[in-house]
Design a protein around this ligand. Structure first.
Ligand SMILES: O=C(O)CCC(=O)C(=O)O
Length: 89
């Protein structure tokens, strides 16, 4: 999954995005949406890890799980977001 923000209107201005990793380890990246790309962060998420993005994360940062040609094994991700009904069309 390429670089993006979870900033759809129905998520509200300060969405909480919770992501559970299951299976093989994967590389989750965060970088400032604007500003220095030197501040990129990399998290190696293993089975059972929980990544929580909250506050202004989606306003100020973008995230990605970039493609790799390496064989890394089966994995599954569950992502939870609250949809604000009054913003959904
Ligand atoms: O795989 C993840 O942990 C997050 C997936 C993602 O970037 C998204 O659903 O917006």
């Amino acid at each position: 999954m390429g670089w993006h923000r979870d900033n759809e209107p129905e998520l509200g201005s300060l969405p909480v995005v919770c992501s559970v990793s299951l299976g093989a380890r994967r590389r989750f990246r965060l970088r400032p949406w604007k500003g220095s790309r030197d501040q990129a962060l990399t998290f190696e998420l293993g089975g059972g890890d929980l990544m929580v993005m909250a506050g202004a994360t989606q306003q100020s940062w973008e995230h990605a799980l970039l493609k790799t040609k390496q064989s890394i094994g089966p994995r599954l991700n569950l992502t939870f977001r609250a949809i604000l009904e009054d913003r959904a069309s």
